[in-house]
Structures are given as C-alpha cells and as structure tokens.
Write a protein that binds this ligand. Structure first.
Ligand code: ZN
Ligand code: FE
Length: 251
C-alpha cells in the first residue's frame, strides 16, 4: 500500500505535510509549527495523528508540538534536545513507519540539529529548512562548508525523489538563482513554470531532485557557467557554495 501525502500551509510561508498509511491508519506529520493548522489538516483528511517527525528546533517547526502531542497522544521523533521528543534520532538512524523504512539524514548548516527524513519506497524526502525549491536555508548555526556537506548528502538521493521543504520561498529564490546562473535554460523553463503556479495561487512544493539538480544554484557549485559568473573557475566546490550562500544573504 503506498503512502498518501497531504501538504498544508501555515504562518506566512510555512508548509507542513501529513503522511498517511491507509492499511494501518498510521499518520505522521512533518514538523509542528502550528497546532491549529495540523488539527485543521487532520479534520480535512479524516486521519488520526500517530507520529510527529521534527526536523529542527526553530519555533516555526516546534511551537505546536506540546499542544498537538497532548491532544493526539502521538509519538514524537526528532533531534535530541527538543522538549517533547520521545525518540531522539541522529544521522544514519532508520525507523519504521507503518512498515515503510525511513532513513534519517543529518543536514547541519541552517541549524546544527537539522534532520531530514527519506522514505525510499515512496521516493520522497522531507528537507525541512535545508533545501528549498532553487534555494537553501540561511546559515544560522553552521558554515558554508558544513552546509555543502549536507547538500551533498541530498544530492546522492535518486533523481526521481520528490522533495517536500518547509517554506514557500520559491519566487525570491528564483530571482537570486537567475542572478547567479543567467544562461541556464532549465532554470528559465522552471522560472516560467513556478511564476505561473504562484500567479494561480498554487504551491511550488513539492519539487524533485532532478529539477533541483538542474536549477538549484546551491547544488551546482561545480557548474562552469556559475563558476565563470562568480570569477571562481578554480575554487573548490565548498568555496563556490559558500560564496553563493554569502551573496544570497545580501541579495
Ligand atoms: Zn528554520
Ligand atoms: Fe523554518
């Protein structure tokens, strides 16, 4: 039985996702930034929450944790050090969700505790605030080389992998990507697509690894055109990545 996914918006630009296994009735939610938004998504789907998968400690991912745990009795997995986490996870861990293997990927950089969740059989990954559509998270706790290491872990996932990220930052990320990679045809095609989607009020999430590998400048520091645009033809990938991240901070 394949998993079902239900994405919902909260705050000004956050996304959460419910993951449902119909044969067992198990339902997980990725992050818990807003208990009311999760409750509304559960009411809409008719699903009962059994698990929370927390990506990192920031408030917009954890503020509703205590309330939703109290209301549903769900089991909470996530990084060590977050109030209410029942089973602390670390990179390389695996757990089972309704018979589906979930791989835990540690992707520090935005925060040091960041965990991403990969469900190989469903070809889906939840990247929290590590990777966005054409973007990557701001470096609050880590540095460029650390985040580049994290990006490379995601880049090893199969190209068909669907990517659910935690924010709708796509149009801002697009403008920046075009400034770094202006001659990329795939990026221009993606620009047309996401502008139409946003104009129609549609989410641009999920994306997929194939699209991101072709358009996300934070996955492309080895690209000759990007390197020449930055005047960094002979730098390391980590240095090019760090420069791209630095430019995004002031874009
Ligand atoms: Zn965050
Ligand atoms: Fe966030």
């Amino acid at each position: 039985m394949s998993l079902q996914f239900h994405q919902f918006a909260y705050n000004s630009d956050n996304y959460g996702v419910l993951i449902h296994d119909a044969s067992t009735g198990a339902t997980a939610c990725v992050d818990a930034g807003d208990a009311k938004a999760i409750s509304a998504a559960l009411a809409e789907t008719g699903w009962s929450l059994s698990h929370l998968w927390i990506t990192h400690h920031h408030w917009d991912h954890t503020d509703g944790l205590a309330e939703i745990k109290r209301d549903t009795g769900c089991v909470v997995v996530g990084p060590e050090g977050i109030d209410g986490v029942d089973d602390a996870l670390k990179g390389g861990d695996q757990f089972e969700f309704a018979g589906h293997k979930v791989e835990v990927i540690h992707t520090p950089g935005h925060t040091l505790d960041m965990l991403n969740f990969h469900v190989p059989a469903a070809e889906v990954v939840f990247t929290g605030d590590t990777m966005f559509v054409m973007g990557c998270g701001r470096l609050f706790e880590g540095d460029g080389p650390m985040m580049w290491e994290s990006m490379q872990k995601l880049m090893k996932l199969p190209l068909d992998t669907k990517v659910y990220c935690a924010h709708e930052y796509t149009l801002a990320s697009l403008d920046f990507a075009l400034s770094i990679d202006p001659t990329n045809d795939a990026l221009h095609a993606q620009a047309d697509r996401v502008r139409m989607m946003r104009a129609a009020g549609e989410p641009t999430v999920p994306t997929d690894m194939k699209t991101e590998m072709a358009t996300n400048p934070f996955l492309r520091p080895d690209d000759p055109a990007i390197r020449s645009q930055l005047g960094m033809a002979n730098a390391t990938n980590a240095d090019v990545f760090t420069e791209i991240r630095k430019r995004k901070d002031t874009f």
